[in-house]
Design a protein around this ligand. Structure first.
Ligand code: DAT
Ligand code: MG
Length: 153
């Protein structure tokens, strides 16, 4: 995927869902002009979460991270747009909310790294991997946004 069709995987974590922040997070991506192409609300199986965070398997916080992620439902989404992986990360803020600027999602809504409410892919390659892990191809909706010519030149 390239250009306006770049995609990223965004997930509202269990604390974000429990705290009623799903709408706020969707609103931020919608208002920016990005396009929603996939979404589901699920209690993710541990096997999926272990695979999702496989690169962190040797970190001391890995077991706690998997437990936290499986402690309640998450809202998994695929968003699309120009430069969305990089811009999505800017919108999220830093991994540690304490380092995140006001105006970012983590800067505005959370305090500790172990309860940082949202996941966003960190590269185009990992986005592709994560989208394939969480979604079947038929779960991604193909449509043209009526905003296209107003969001892009
Ligand atoms: P990000 O979620 O910003 O991509 P990451 O991929 O390095 O960050 O880590 C994944 C998640 O693991 C992160 O959102 C929260 C948790 N985590 C990272 N570093 C941690 C730490 N030092 N202590 C506890 N949890 C941590
Ligand atoms: Mg990461």
């Amino acid at each position: 995927m390239s250009g306006n069709k770049e995609r990223t995987f965004i997930a509202v974590k269990p604390d974000g869902v429990q705290r009623g922040l799903v709408g706020e997070i969707i609103t931020r991506f919608e208002r920016k002009g990005f396009k929603l192409v996939g979404m589901k609300h699920l209690h993710a199986p541990e096997t999926l979460l272990k695979q999702h965070y496989i690169d962190l398997k040797d970190k001391p916080f890995y077991p706690g991270l998997v437990k936290y992620m499986s402690s309640g439902p998450v809202v998994a989404m695929v968003w699309e747009g120009l430069g969305i992986v990089k811009t999505g990360r800017v919108m999220l803020g830093e991994t540690n909310p304490a380092d995140s600027k006001p105006g970012t999602i983590r800067g505005d809504f959370c305090i500790q790294v172990g309860r940082n409410i949202i996941h966003g892919s960190d590269s185009v390659e990992s986005a592709q991997k994560e989208i394939n892990l969480w979604f079947k191809p038929e779960e991604l909706v193909c449509y043209e946004s009526c905003q296209k010519n107003w969001v892009y030149e």
